[in-house]
Design a protein around this ligand. Structure first.
Ligand SMILES: NC(=O)c1ccc[n+]([C@@H]2O[C@H](COP(=O)([O-])OP(=O)(O)OC[C@H]3O[C@@H](n4cnc5c(N)ncnc54)[C@H](O)[C@@H]3O)[C@@H](O)[C@H]2O)c1
Length: 320
């Protein structure tokens, strides 16, 4: 069974999915009003203010943490030490040393430590990964993400942490590499110390490069990821309803008779069908599969650590 801690904005979505999957047994929050609401919504579920009580329940195999980010490391550590599998909302920790400690603890106890990187369960992102891994795009050269809008203006978390964690998790998943260079530049125009506009540059050991533009001070509402390969290029546009993924048969080539000069080629443009499955449901199902011993739980934890390490590097660079 599963216990969910944190019933603010996001936790209820996780609770709903685990309830629909028939495995929700415990809910926990410090706020009495929220506890009352959820006790009446899920009458057969135990609702408590005590995380220790949730950890002490023998029937709880997995703990889902949807509390504010600064609490993630301590709660995840406590849950792993209590022998529970953990799904922790993004980002799973704030510092590289913290996530490395959690990964080591999970490995030592052979427990699941899964970060809640929702976009990795988006069928469109899966399609991008499938196209890359099948070699459809040829060598991947660069990837870039755009996550911009006017608002919501955050005052306690900058654009890198609030928006960037999504795109970073996708870029590292697609390329399956850890960047050796991570540079960020940005400005705190509205709230001192909280960057509203951030530009990031990543370079990987293979030579591939990536970029992220993250901002809540922008006229465009964009949620886009572009992958440029030598043979084809692909765009995932999450603002589109039906054309989530577009594949462009475009690329550079050299014509022998033009003495090695670069030419460009434009062929068909096609739109693969993308399933409409709810990414959060797929994420919750993946957690249950990992608990049941399917999949590679160590890689899932390591991939989560990679994201936090890159975030940490970008943060140092941003404040450099
Ligand atoms: N995957 C996504 O798309 C997505 C979207 C939104 C939020 N999130 C993540 O979800 C997490 C929670 O965000 P939110 O917006 O729901 O926050 P929130 O502040 O709305 O809710 C957090 C809740 O946790 C409770 N809480 C705090 N400390 C606790 C403790 N020690 N024990 C029990 N309860 C405790 C609070 O009372 C509050 O109800 C964050 O990590 C955020 O990044 C993810």
């Amino acid at each position: 069974m599963i216990g969910v801690v944190g019933l603010g904005y996001w936790g209820p979505n996780l609770a709903r999915n685990f309830s629909e999957l028939g495995v929700l047994s415990h809910l926990c929050d410090l706020d009495p009003a929220l506890r009352a609401t959820f006790a009446s919504r899920y009458p057969s579920v135990r609702v408590t203010d005590s995380f220790e009580e949730l950890l002490a329940a023998d029937d709880v195999r997995g703990v889902v943490i949807a509390t504010p980010v600064p609490t993630h490391h301590a709660l995840a550590k406590q849950a792993l030490e209590a022998g529970k599998h953990v799904l922790v909302e993004k980002p799973p920790a704030m510092r590289a040393v913290e996530i490395d400690e959690l990964v080591a603890l999970a490995a030592e106890r052979d427990l699941v430590l899964m970060p809640g990187h929702l976009l990795l369960y988006h069928p469109a992102v899966r399609k991008l990964k499938e196209l890359i891994d099948a070699g459809e795009l040829g060598d991947v050269l660069c990837v870039y993400g755009n996550r911009q809008n006017l608002g919501i203006v955050r005052t306690n978390e900058n654009a890198l942490w609030s928006l960037g964690v999504h795109d970073l998790s996708v870029i590292l998943y697609l390329l399956d590499e850890e960047p050796d260079t991570a540079v960020a530049n940005g400005r705190d125009f509205l709230t001192p110390g909280v960057e509203d506009v951030v530009f990031c540059y990543l370079r990987f050991p293979s030579g591939k490069i990536a970029h992220m533009h993250l901002s809540w001070l922008d006229p465009h509402k964009m949620r886009k990821m572009t992958v440029v390969g030598r043979e084809k290029m692909v765009v995932f546009d999450d603002m589109e309803l039906e054309r989530k993924v577009t594949v462009y048969e475009k690329g550079p080539w050299k014509r022998a008779e033009s003495y090695g000069e670069w030419q460009t080629r434009s062929g068909d443009i096609y739109i693969p069908k993308i399933a409409t499955d709810e990414p959060l449901k797929l994420e919750c199902q993946e957690f249950l599969r990992l608990i049941d011993g399917e999949g590679d739980r160590r890689k899932v934890a390591e991939d989560g650590a990679r994201v936090v390490r890159a975030l940490d590097k970008l943060t140092v660079s941003l404040h450099g």
